[in-house]
Design a protein around this ligand. Structure first.
Ligand SMILES: [Zn+2]
Length: 506
């Protein structure tokens, strides 16, 4: 039988995952043989014993679940993980996007991206979206290195450079009054035309090459983009059929800023510009009104919910129950590995389910099943991939994670979905298959030499340390001013949002 000991990380014409316990039964089948052909799930049939020839992966004692979709993260924050706490978003964020970019080589970026990809795969993620802070106009080679990093790791990835033409420090209310002149007078950003042209070249190159790594439009946030830049990205995404993600209403400061800048909510402004569409993700959405939620639902856009990161940066509690009840498609994201130390989606899933229960009244809890749905099919829908990933179903791409059933948290097995969402079984990931290719088997990552990878990562961090420290020192120059801005914004009422207390527990 079975070449089960000779499975290599390559695409098999046909692979049978034999005897897996399905996380969710398919037509009453619970223990199944999943036949994968050319990367697609070709058949799911009841398991009757291991037999036959060809590539057979013995999955008895393993739980088969769809791979997780991490709808939002930032690989460039890797250098900064563990270097801060107790700071709000506005106080912290400029350190991870320094005005003077870190002196990176393409090899540095490949290694950094591979470290992110390895952690994602090891925690059951098979698709991830990276809004990466790179000056892609001056350094397209670094953006290509991000794509190469994901490609070599074997993960499905959507990559976009952070596009913005308003400097970060100028994109907050009261900047002129509260922030030091030296922080406001920074070199101008590249023009809209040059940013969009460079992104077009990147997206076209990926499309031509095909494969698992593709582009995503990533205008950083409405307040950091001129209307011309937002419109240009929208047009390009429509032309190429790309998904789009942009940061929206992560903090109360941003909600106040939107009222001042647009005379309406940020969602109202985006809707007015024709920006909201299926395949468009609004990252965070912590400070959404009911009317905002209804607009988003009607448009078919998605909210990327990042509760684990929102907790670390004190941004507030997004109203997940209310969003789901309004019919909003919700996907989950870890957010940056500097803001929250990890790209694993598992703590995000647990937080999404647990935090929603803190609210009373109509904002009551969200089930593990709803959260798992957001982490899989919700994420797929956000990317326009709902007929391809996020489910173990015939005709879908074979993005499958096999968890050990003889380890915690699955012993004893009562409810696989709840045990996965609340139990966070990253250590129990046995096998990961992406697009039919086995990339992790028996806990071993087959696509990368991890020991060598982590050794090189440490070397790079050591070499860059003084530049990283300088970026952090520059960021501290903004800290007192940002804290004043936060206090000023706290005194400006936000009507409904103050009543529902997005920023505080009831
Ligand atoms: Zn983000």
């Amino acid at each position: 039988m079975a070449n089960q000991n000779t499975l290599q990380s390559r695409l098999h014409d046909e692979l049978t995952i034999s005897g897996a316990r399905l996380m969710q039964a398919v037509e009453d089948v619970t223990d199944a043989d999943i036949v994968v052909r050319n990367g697609l799930i070709a058949a799911i049939r009841p398991h009757t014993g291991i037999s036959g020839s060809g590539n057979i992966l013995d999955a008895r004692r393993l739980l088969a679940a769809p791979g997780l979709v991490n709808g939002h993260q930032h690989s460039h924050e890797l250098f900064f993980r563990g270097r801060s706490e107790g700071l709000t978003l506005e106080e912290w964020m400029t350190s991870v996007r320094p005005a003077r970019p870190l002196p990176l080589t393409p090899e540095d970026v490949v290694v950094r991206t591979q470290v992110v990809a390895a952690e994602a795969l090891r925690s059951g993620t098979t698709t991830l979206c990276d809004d990466v802070g790179i000056d892609h106009v001056a350094r397209p080679d670094l953006l290509d290195a991000v794509a190469e990093g994901y490609r070599s790791a074997g993960i499905r990835a959507f990559v976009g450079p952070s596009l913005f033409d308003v400097p970060f420090a100028r994109a907050v209310p009261f900047a002129e009054q509260e922030l030091p002149r030296s922080c406001l007078e920074v070199p101008p950003r590249p023009s809209v035309d040059s940013q969009v042209a460079a992104f077009r070249t990147f997206a076209a190159g990926l499309r031509e090459r095909g494969g698992l790594v593709q582009a995503i439009g990533t205008p950083s946030a409405p307040q950091r983009c001129s209307p011309a830049l937002l419109d240009a990205v929208r047009l390009l995404a429509d032309e190429f059929g790309l998904p789009v993600m942009t940061h929206v209403l992560e903090t109360r400061v941003q909600a106040v800023g939107a009222q001042r800048d647009y005379g309406q909510t940020m969602i109202g402004y985006l809707n007015q510009r024709g920006f909201l569409k299926p395949g468009t993700s609004l990252i965070h959405g912590v400070w959404l009104t009911r009317a905002d939620m209804e607009l988003i639902a009607a448009s078919g856009a998605t909210v990327q919910h990042n509760p684990w990161s929102n907790l670390k940066l004190g941004s507030g509690l997004a109203r997940l129950r209310a969003m789901l009840d309004a019919g909003v498609n919700v996907s989950l994201g870890s957010d940056g590995c500097g803001s929250i130390e990890t790209v694993s989606l598992m703590p995000t899933m647990a937080a999404a389910a647990l935090l929603s229960g803190l609210r009373g009244g109509t904002d009551h809890g969200v089930s593990a099943c709803e959260v798992f749905h957001a982490a899989t099919t919700g994420g797929a829908k956000a990317l326009g991939l709902e007929t391809q990933v996020g489910k173990i179903a015939v005709g879908h791409r074979a993005d499958i994670v096999l968890y050990r059933l003889d380890r915690a948290p699955f012993v004893p097995l009562n409810d696989a979905v709840r045990q996965l969402v609340y139990g966070m079984p990253a250590a129990g990931v046995d096998t990961v298959i992406v697009d039919g290719r086995v990339v992790i088997r028996e806990g071993r990552l087959l696509t990368l030499d991890e020991e060598d990878l982590y050794r090189r990562m440490v070397e790079i961090q050591t070499r860059l340390l003084s530049d990283i420290e300088e970026a952090e020192r520059q960021a501290t120059l903004l800290r007192a001013g940002m804290a004043s801005i936060r206090c000023r914004c706290a005194r400006i009422g936000l009507a409904e949002l103050d009543r529902v207390s997005s920023g505080f527990l009831p």
